[in-house]
Design a protein around this ligand. Sequence first.
Ligand code: MG
Length: 407
Amino acid sequence: QNLADKVSGYFVPVVVIISLITFAIWAIWGPEPAYVYALVNAIAVLIIACPCALGLATPMSVMVGVGKGAQNGVLIKNAEALEKMNKVNTLIVDKTGTITEGKPTVETVGVFSDDYNDKKVLQYIVSLNTNSEHPLAEATVKYGKEFNAEILKSTNFSAVTGKGVEAEIDSKKIALGNPKMMEYANAEITSKMKEEAKTFQKQGKTVSYLAIDKKVVGYVVIGDKIKATSAKAIKELQNKGIDVVMLTGDNHDTAQAVASELNLADFKASMLPEDKLKKVEKLQKNGKIVAMAGDGINDAPALAKSDVGIAMGTGTDVAIESAMITLVKGDLHGIVKAHHLSSAVMKSIKQNLFFALVYNTLGVPIAAGVLFPFFGILLSPMIAALAMSFSSVSVIANALRLRRINI
Ligand SMILES: [Mg+2]
């Protein structure tokens, strides 16, 4: 649209001037009745030049492209995404819920302290997490139900973004989350505990620690499967020359396990929401055109900042609101489709601009009468009107071809 606006900014004044010059030349040097020839030819110039198809060129292709995307589960909220997506050279992907299913399940619960058994640890975890909407929390609540864990009353619940949750239960301060949360709760994770957690993390699993009154007493291990299509989609994008970077709030070992399964050389773990945002800004400053794919509240700032934000339809509303594109099924293959679609739409728009202008460019001199002195050829305003209709029809027909492409 920007391009069309720029073109018409020059095109319209030029055409009006040509029309006036045509009138003047025919009025002065034209055959009798000179004013009739002058008027008819000046009008023919205006009609043939009318850039009506120019106005259709972009919106038609965008509309058909957006429809095509929707049929393929790629919802495009902002047409700018179609313009930029094929220029993207760096893709940042979130891990949980984007690369992985985001349907985590609890694998086991462990205990570090002699004062509590695994049943008690599970009970605290479940009681704390019934207040939380985090997918990991939901997994623990489901697991708790299987073991009939009785839910204790909790007060002063709060979620600390990117870290974990805390509340008071049995007038004890309970905190659950990653090492950053333990630091926040002033609970020390000993190297022996870290060692134990590491065996799970190396398998791509997430370990959340439970602290009671500033003491780490146990943990819960949660696994999350990689989506069936993630590996193939990432490989296809890499083959297109796009650098794929995984950013996750999860710890290094879990991230490493997922990254190596997907052949992702570039990943960063333990990222807070602002770290993801900073990474996008840094890449943009280095001249990269950055797409970001994510599903969570923690991805929202980065999604909004990136050149093309891509949200998983299975993710949070905040992520969807912040993104330009939503992948209905949350399938990363949608990014490959969006990339194809973007190239096809941009190509279609350029063809449309050609069709919109070729009739004008050829028609204007003929209408002005440049062929008249040599061949006696003039363009009747009626033929000019017909040619203009053809240019609109050509543009529409060309845009509709997008419906048949395979993305
Ligand atoms: Mg996520």
